[in-house]
Write a protein that binds this ligand. Structure first.
Ligand SMILES: [Zn+2]
Length: 214
């Protein structure tokens, strides 16, 4: 099946209109994005299956829509990926509060949280949306052990980690969608320069990468 046909058959989720219309900053859990991402990219029989995401068949991924504008150094951030468990130094109550919020959204603390800009998603094309979701999924990785094999806990659960841009998975997203779609907004100039530059420019658009670059 061609990519175009597969995309048409798999209607992508759109952000709730409520979120686009309301005043005030908000987040809305989006289980429909997870369902769609599995059917589109992750499952063995996914329409546009990408084996780079195979480990995510065992991951819980919580998706959020937000209408909160985000930017870094003048560039819009349209998506982020992070660990589900709140990270970083926090007071005991601040951490418990953050965990309670995550539980309220997802019912449990997921392995990863992916946040998507609802206003961008409402206007971008299908290929751009696919590239954005696959880009964020590519940050959601399984740790390797000292021999380069996927790492598991003693209970047999994958050990999760966040992955930066310097890996093949991100080049793969550019290869799948072309530099235009993968770079989302600011990619046009890089389109003829090859995947390395393309990957670097994506880094400016994703809040997760930006954090690592800073
Ligand atoms: Zn990124």
């Amino acid at each position: 099946m061609s990519t175009v046909v597969a995309l048409r058959r798999l209607a992508r989720p759109m952000p709730p209109k409520l979120l686009l219309d309301i005043e005030g900053e908000s987040f809305i859990p989006a289980p429909e994005i997870e369902t769609w991402a599995r059917a589109a990219f992750i499952d063995e029989d996914a329409a546009l299956v990408n084996e780079d995401h195979a480990h995510l068949r065992r991951a819980d991924i919580g998706f959020l829509w937000t209408n909160v504008p985000n930017s870094r150094q003048g560039r819009a951030i349209i998506g982020t990926a992070e660990r589900g468990q709140p990270q970083g130094a926090m007071g005991k109550w601040a951490k418990a509060r953050a965990v309670a919020q995550v539980r309220g959204w997802f019912g449990a603390v997921p392995d990863f949280i992916v946040t998507i800009d609802a206003l961008y998603a409402a206007e971008c094309g299908d290929a751009e949306f696919c590239a954005l979701i696959e880009h964020e999924l590519s940050h959601c990785a399984q740790e390797y052990d000292q021999y380069g094999a996927p790492k598991f806990t003693r209970e047999g659960r994958p050990v999760w980690t966040m992955r930066g841009h310097d890996v093949e998975e991100f080049v793969g997203v550019v290869r799948r969608y072309g530099a235009d779609a993968s770079g989302v907004r600011a990619m046009v100039d890089a389109a003829n320069r090859g995947p390395e530059i393309a990957a670097a420019r994506i880094a400016h658009l994703c809040g997760t990468c930006g954090r690592q670059a800073a």
